[in-house]
Design a protein. Sequence first.
Lengths: 201, 201
Amino acid sequence: MEPTTEEKILEAAREVFMNKGFAAARMQEIADRAEINKGLLHYYYRSKNKLFRAVFDEAFAKFSAGINQVFEAEIPLFEKIEQFVDRYISLLMQNPAMPAFVISELNQKGDAFAEELLSRQTRPNPMPLVAQIQQEIAAGRIKPVNPIGLVLNMLSLCVFPILARPMFQGIMEVSRPVYDQMMEARKQEVAEFIISAIRKA
Amino acid sequence: MEPTTEEKILEAAREVFMNKGFAAARMQEIADRAEINKGLLHYYYRSKNKLFRAVFDEAFAKFSAGINQVFEAEIPLFEKIEQFVDRYISLLMQNPAMPAFVISELNQKGDAFAEELLSRQTRPNPMPLVAQIQQEIAAGRIKPVNPIGLVLNMLSLCVFPILARPMFQGIMEVSRPVYDQMMEARKQEVAEFIISAIRKA
DNA sequence: GTCTATAGGTAGATAGAC
DNA sequence: GTCTATCTACCTATAGAC
């Protein structure tokens, strides 16, 4: 089935906003990619800001849903870590521009924007995982680490390599296929790294 | 001593470019912050692009020098990890906008820009640390991990929490002072986390 | 709904007086 | 070196025909 005009606009806006950021994005380029004209863009979304919000909100909700799905799974901690790393790196590799997009817009638009955005329904909620980590510590099954710190470590290890891809490729002088291959191997390595760090001696 | 006009310009440009990014930065705002007028800005730096490059190159060189200093230190691996985490988190906390700035510009301007930029003299060189890790593995003193992956993990754990500060604060509902305090505590925690992960059982 | 044309505003860059 | 004034280009947004 043919995509509707609105779908074509959103798809085009996603690509342009995510790759260039809000300020550098051009309504003309979005119109061109959607194969319509600028006037029609404003007919559907009255302003650049409104179109941006539509794209950003969707990306943020997708990001949140993907992450919460694993946070909430009712499985043992070590399995959950493995699943989290595997699924989350896969999700990020499928949308490699998303993390840099979300991070830089949140940084640029100031804390007011971040606050407003994070007050919505669909947002990351690490509490189930935090609680699970606390239980494991209380039961003496893993080392006594800061639970929030551990969740932050898991996220850092998955997201940063995607954010830093251009820098990493430049410094290490590796081609894109080799980079992709390394990320694939990292799924296993990162899970082992985290589990080794918290497993009781 | 009074700062020269050029110093005032660079200082103002740093603040504006780092917080807003290239596209959203305005020459007018830079002029205002430097307490001069737009015309004079163009007298010193003929274009916005040239001014941006001056700021970016300086930030990138500073970033690289700080990191290389620890990569090259001739001390035992576990000590080096502790020093790296401590110093690098401190450096980042003193320039909290720098990582997001460098990362997003490298992502937005495409791989050509990244390639060109990374071909300069002062750039991050993790090879001394990679070699040291390989030696430790060969000597059987740490677990056999991917050396490049380990360096990437160290960087991820230090940089990502700074990049994600607005998101982290929003999700965890913590104030700025509490966030700063958590980052301070992380210096110790992250070093222990990494060492636990690679120490032989 | 979709197009063309254009209004209205703003930003980077230049000219020229002092 | 520093200023004011202005040019030129571009971009968002609107008006109006079809």
